[in-house]
Ligand binder design. Sequence first.
Ligand code: EPU
Length: 434
Amino acid sequence: MDKYIIKGGNQLFGEVEISGAKNAAVAIIPAAMMVDGVVRLENLPQISDTDKLLQILELMGAQVRMVNPSTVDIDCSHVSLSNKIFSLTRSIRASYYLIGAMLGRFGKAKTTMPGGCNFGVRPIDQHVKGMKALGASISIGRGLINAETRDGRLRGARIYLDKVSVGATINIMIAAAMAEGLTVIENVAREPHIVDLANFLNSMGADVRGAGTDVIKIRGVRSLHGGTYALIPDQIEAGTYMTAVAAAGGEVRINNVIPRHLECISAKLREMGVTVEEQGDAVIVRRDGPLERANVKTQPYPGFPTDMQPQITTVLCMAQGTSVVTEGVWDNRYKYVNELRKMGAEITVSGKTAIIEGVNHLVGAPVAACDLRAGAAMVVAGLCAEGTTVVEDVVYIERGYQDIVGKLRALGADIVAVTEPDEPEQERRRENAG
Ligand code: EPU
């Protein structure tokens, strides 16, 4: 789909099912490459990032079979390195996990620098530092990454991450799962999908302990065996629907969530006058009064997630008074603010801080999805704006949100997806999304 057309003003009512976690899926699919036997993944989100990773495994020789739309069997018995994957690996961020998985599986790796959303410099120095500590030699040039071990197997090591990095933590965990001996990674990220990856690896026979704390210990094993694993629900997809209700008003039961993963978001929404009730594996979100101002600072988990920053900023546009949002993870994650301004938002950005003066309402306008979460924020804005909002470049949104249009329509939103004949520029964007 190319764009969404949203007629704002409808409150949201009903129930929505949250899909499996994108950022868990994009780590676990590459990790499946190291498994001898068939890996069955359940609760897999149907999004373009996971499609691309499955295609990459297929190009490497894996058998990939969809059992149903959210369950896949992956058999990597006959995979090998291949240059055919390069155009896909260039188009998504998570392709960097192939480095750890290939090193674990083959003792060598060959891929490209990753793509992904552009919010400033996205270095991979901590990934490289980790792989080198495990005994790989790495060369990066002309957009290609080549890694090798001397005798085909990584060796456990003690690694201190200079920066709390989700990606580096995951990549090193994957690589170390089959390294010889003990790996200790310190100052690691603690996001729910890191625990999910550890649980996946352990259920295939790995020995990973401490995920969810800031030290992870991995005792390498010789081989991993097949099995079935169900992914956790997506924290950010759930959070996005929570902000959609906060912005548009109404009452929605959000099913298939782990409420503990949402605590930082629930607490902030409550502070803003939104009701959030936990009920088993659901949260019920209700907003029937005015929104209060709040300050938000994004931080690694369990802090407020950076991947919810554009959506919460959008809701704060409708709050009474002045709110301050501070981005604590990325250097440049406010590009979407220009789009919100087109809708009447009053936001001033200075470095990593955005100051938001609440306005009574936003007004529909043509806007673009600058990246995945920025795109989600445009949808949230469109739902509560007066008049019609056209969100362009939704290919970014479809990287990470399964059927966002269908799910919102079921809640009463007036949103439609429109496809236009491909033009060269759209084709280029489609290639580079991820
Ligand atoms: N960093 C380094 N060196 C590294 C790696 C990271 O300096 O080697 C810095 C980054 O520049 C950033 C900070 O460390 O300032 C955190 O980056 P992190 O490595 O945690 O981010 P990532 O692994 O590249 C993942 C998610 C992002 C999410 C961040 C933070 C995936 C595929 N991506 O990125 O998700 O924003 O963690 O939680 O898992 C999204 O889903 O929209 C998205 C962008």
